[in-house]
Design a protein around this ligand. Sequence first.
Ligand SMILES: [Zn+2]
Length: 104
Amino acid sequence: MSGSRSIEDFQRRIEEIYGARDRARGVAGTYMWFMEEVGELARCFNSPAPNRTEEAREFADCLAWLATLASLRGIDLAAAAWEKYGAGCPRCASSPCRCAHRAP
Ligand SMILES: [Zn+2]
């Protein structure tokens, strides 16, 4: 395993582990798996007995499926994320965001 822990390296690692199967399954089927993991994360948030270890694993699963979808679509996830958010909020260009619609 690589010494780096960047999103870029994580996406590459997920590709190494699952790329062939993910390409065979395709975007639609893979998207369903991603949504299932998002649902499992929601269940963690709603659990009456939160388990931090399990919750951390669900975050990892969501990121893994998101990285897989990005790979299937030919998107460099880290580059896309930094391109959009690296300079601050994409709408107001501030950090922290000053957009009125984001107010709690
Ligand atoms: Zn903003």
